[in-house]
Design a protein around this ligand. Structure first.
Ligand SMILES: Nc1ncnc2c1ncn2[C@@H]1O[C@H](COP(=O)(O)OP(=O)(O)OP(=O)(O)O)[C@@H](O)[C@H]1O
Length: 231
């Protein structure tokens, strides 16, 4: 594996269901993510974007093909190995998935709890730092209900980035946002990634994000039909 690459997927096939309803969702997908790159995966609804993201994110078992993530093969990996790898990833979803009863700081600290044994003061300082980088220093004690949609999504980004993940996987992170907030969230994600050397794979059908990508992959009916390099 090229050490410049954080992820190499080769010949990925995936099926859902069993027996008569068994349906192939991915066909011979090849995907390489270079360290520090910002890749957008787009395509129509049902084309397989989320399936790719969940396979790469160790949230679903690889059925066929090879996926090497952070120099480890996912196909045939044990649950313990997958859990250890998941700890090195950051996830951002369409719905920000913040805990409504926790403040911004407490939500971000949740992103650190997978790294057991971090003292409270250190976790709080890391959360404050991440929220500050995302322009939320004056909102650290707010509950999600008192934040705007864009601010909530920024808290979710801080939570995903606070543990310094090697790879950030984002599924439609701007779907619920207006144009300005969406652009702001993507710029922040990109800037934070560049500052920390984080690699990002972002799923979207939001055209507004495309100019920010280093590479755009298009999926159709479970196949990558187009690869566009922007750098
Ligand atoms: N858990 C599941 N069980 C059965 N079929 C599934 C399951 N998850 C996804 N599929 C099917 O696999 C295909 C790809 O789905 P996937 O969610 O990856 O697409 P997508 O591109 O992310 O779509 P969207 O943009 O609507 O989120 C679709 O035909 C979908 O119906």
């Amino acid at each position: 594996m090229d050490t410049e690459n954080i992820l190499e997927a080769v010949g990925l096939n995936h099926w859902f269901g069993a027996g008569e309803v068994r349906k192939q969702a991915l066909f011979d997908v090849n995907l390489t993510l270079k360290r520090g790159s910002f890749t957008v995966l787009m395509g129509p609804s049902g084309s397989g974007k989320t399936t790719v993201l969940t396979l790469v994110g160790c949230l679903r078992g690889v059925q066929e093909g090879s996926v090497r993530l952070l120099e480890q093969e996912l196909c045939g990996a044990s649950e313990a190995q997958l859990v250890a790898l998941r700890r090195r990833l950051g996830f951002i979803f369409q719905a920000h998935n913040l805990h409504e009863s926790l403040t911004a700081t407490q939500n971000v600290i949740m992103g650190l709890q997978v790294h057991r044994g971090i003292p409270d003061a250190k976790a709080k300082a890391a959360a404050a730092h991440a929220l500050g980088l995302l322009g939320l220093s004056d909102r650290v004690d707010y509950l999600p209900a008192n934040l705007s949609g864009g601010q909530k999504q920024r808290v979710a980004i801080a939570r995903a980035l606070v543990g310094n993940p090697a790879l950030v996987l984002a599924d439609e992170p701007t779907a619920a946002l207006d144009k300005d907030s969406a652009a702001e969230v993507v710029d922040l994600l990109k800037r934070m990634g560049a500052a920390r050397g984080t690699t990002t794979l972002l799923v979207t059908h939001d055209n507004r994000i495309l100019d920010r990508a280093d590479r755009i992959l298009t999926l159709e009916d479970g196949r990558i039909v187009k690869t566009e390099d922007r750098t």
